[in-house]
Structures are given as structure tokens and as C-alpha cells.
Ligand binder design. Structure first.
Ligand code: AHM
Ligand code: MG
Length: 332
């Protein structure tokens, strides 16, 4: 190093960059891109900031607790589930390229416009995942998946395997608000800088650890797991693993992305096919894991290859570090 070299600014990819700029730069790298994504993702970013604000102020505004209704899955809706759902519908509803909006909280998807009328994308989302934790200030999140609608009837045009997603991501409302995004070109992470109201990139092309001795599962259901999962847990106990389980998928998967290990929701006595929803929980998270060098399976099958037959269908989940997922599969 020369005498003055340490005084030079280091212009690296870590320069200050907003989510908006990042998306525009990614589009610029694709000749022929129409700018559609920046419209969609800026709406999701606005929704995320609005929901983050609601989550932070929930106790003050007295919007915690049950809403009084049940969703399509028979689960009690929290007030914040309903509020978050409305925020996303309002933010995305006026984007002219959205054909369909489909939410965990709504039985049927909202069809906004046909392909002929300019509808090009289906946005599938879980507005507030882990919301049963929100009363206790535990991290919760929004998960989304964007698909291009094909030429079939718009009502079912989103029934495509996860491998065809165009963008996927989640927002974690935790001790900081984190936006993790992939458009198939690696995984990027942004943190909301409250003082300027913008998501700022803090990590690009995230690679998750190849292995890590951490498993994340609701072990209370252990006796009802299929034998292979119980064998894996025995293996983990005998080999010095740690256990981490928050009970909010977004928070558990986020930790798994950064620290490595494996997140599991196997078939249980109550949910023989797994509890988590394929299209707006498992698929987006599976793609993020794969884009970061990890793996994501339902039993032995790759999650992203599953051909969905229903918007709200469920799947079992094993996702995380490639070596750790392989270790689970070895026992199945
Ligand atoms: P939700 O979408 O109704 O919030 O349910 C999904 C949540 C996930 O965040 C989490 O991984 C899982 O349910 C926890 O389930 P359990 O309480 O059975 O461990
Ligand atoms: Mg959910």
C-alpha cells in the first residue's frame, strides 16, 4: 500500500445503493426489459414499509389479536393479517401490469385484468407470515412470488411450478426490517434505513454456508414425523447440533440463509402433507435457498419442480445448506 492509498475511498459493489436503483440496474443488464419489474417491486417495497410501520405501532394503535374471522386454512386471522393483506392489495392494485393477486388470506385470487388488457404478472403472497407471534413482538414477515401469466384462463394462470418464478423474496420485520430478493441472478439483501425511508443494499450475491450444525424444526411434533426425520434428529443429537426454532418461517429461514443449517416442516399428525403453503411460502423461499447455493426439498423431491394444482396447497419442507439438506435426505 502506498502512503496515501488508505485515504482513497474504496468504490466497491458495497457503495450505497437503494433497492430501487438495484432493480433498475438489473433491468438495464437485460436488453429488452420493459421496466415492468421496477413497477412491481417498488409497489412491494412501498407495501413493506407501510406494513413495517403498522407492525411497529401495533400495540399503540391497538391492532393486535384476533380479527374474529378464519381464513381458507381454518386459521384464526389476526387483525394485522387483514391490515397487511389490504396494504399489499392497495399498493399492487393500481399497477397496470398485474393480472392476478393471490393471497394466503383470500380464498380466491383477485383477477385484475386479462393478458389482452395488459396483465402480465401474477403476484402471490403471504402478507404476514408468523402472525400468531406478532402479539409478542417476535419477528414476522411478508413472502412473495412473482410469475408471468401464460395464455390460459387468467383465473388459473398462476398454477406453475416454482422453477418458473420471475422474482421472489421476503421482508422480515425483526430487530431491523430486511428485504431479501432474487430475480434469478443471486440473492441480494437490503435493510430499511428508517431515517431516509429507503431499503439500502447491505449484501449481494449471498452464498450460504455449505454445512452448519443447526436444525430448525418444531420438535414437539417429533413423534408424528415419519421415521426418516426422527432418525435425522437422532443423528443431530448424537453429533453436537444446535436447535433454533422461532416459529416464524421468515425469521427461521433468514437465519438459515445467513448462518446455515436446515429448516424443516415435515409431515405431521395434523398436517399429513406438511403445513406450509407451496405457492407463496415454500416456492419463494426454495428459490432463494437455491440461488444462495442451498437446496430445498419436499421429501426427496425438489420443491421448485412440484406442479401445483391449487393455490393454497401445502407441502412438507426441508431447506437450507446443501450439505445439511443432503444429510436429512440420507435418512429419509
Ligand atoms: P401462518 O402463515 O399462518 O403464519 O403459518 C405459517 C407459520 C410459519 O411461519 C411457521 O414456520 C409455522 O407456521 C409454524 O408452525 P408451528 O406453530 O406448527 O410450528
Ligand atoms: Mg404463512
Amino acid at each position: 500500500m502506498t502512503e496515501t492509498e488508505h485515504l482513497q475511498p474504496r468504490f466497491t459493489t458495497d457503495n450505497l445503493l437503494s433497492l430501487q436503483t438495484h432493480i433498475l440496474a438489473e433491468e438495464k443488464a437485460h436488453p429488452g426489459a420493459t421496466g415492468d419489474f421496477s413497477w412491481l417491486l417498488s409497489a412491494i417495497s412501498l407495501a413493506a414499509k407501510t406494513i413495517a410501520n403498522k407492525v411497529r405501532r401495533a400495540r399503540i394503535e391497538n391492532v393486535l389479536g384476533d380479527h374474529g374471522d378464519r381464513n381458507i386454512h381454518g386459521e384464526a386471522q389476526q387483525k394485522l393479517d387483514v391490515i397487511s393483506n389490504e396494504i399489499i392489495l392497495r399498493c399492487l392494485g393500481d399497477r397496470a401490469n398485474v393480472a392476478v393477486l393471490a393471497s394466503e388470506e383470500d380464498d380466491a385470487p383477485v383477477v385484475l385484468r386479462s393478458r389482452g388488457a395488459g396483465g402480465r404478472y401474477a403476484v402471490l403472497f403471504d402478507p404476514l407470515d408468523g402472525s400468531s407471534n406478532v402479539d409478542y413482538s417476535v419477528g414476522v414477515g411478508t413472502i412473495f412470488s412473482i410469475l408471468q401469466v401464460d395464455s390460459g384462463p387468467v383465473q388459473s394462470s398462476y398454477l406453475q411450478p416454482g422453477v418458473r418464478q420471475k422474482a421472489a423474496g421476503y421482508i422480515l420485520y425483526g430487530s431491523s426490517v430486511v428485504f431479501v430478493l432474487t430475480t434469478g441472478n443471486g440473492v441480494n439483501m437490503f435493510v430499511l434505513d428508517q431515517s431516509i425511508g429507503a431499503f439500502v443494499r447491505v449484501a449481494s450475491k449471498i452464498r450460504m454456508p455449505e454445512r452448519s450444525k443447526i436444525y430448525s424444526v418444531n420438535e414437539a411434533y417429533r413423534d408424528s414425523f415419519p421415521k426418516g426425520y426422527r432418525d435425522y434428529l437422532d443423528f443431530a443429537h448424537a453429533n453436537g447440533y444446535s436447535s433454533r426454532y422461532i416459529g416464524s418461517m421468515v425469521a427461521d429461514v433468514h437465519r438459515t440463509l445467513l448462518k446455515g443449517g436446515v429448516f424443516l416442516y415435515p409431515p405431521t399428525g395434523t398436517h399429513a402433507g406438511g403445513k406450509l403453503r407451496l405457492m407463496y411460502e415454500a416456492n419463494p423461499m426454495a428459490w432463494i435457498m437455491e440461488q444462495a447455493g442451498g437446496r430445498a426439498c419436499a421429501g426427496r423431491d425438489r420443491i421448485l419442480d412440484i406442479a401445483p394444482t391449487d393455490l393454497h396447497e401445502r407441502t412438507s419442507v426441508v431447506m437450507g445448506s446443501a450439505g445439511e439438506v443432503d444429510e436429512v435426505l440420507r435418512h429419509l
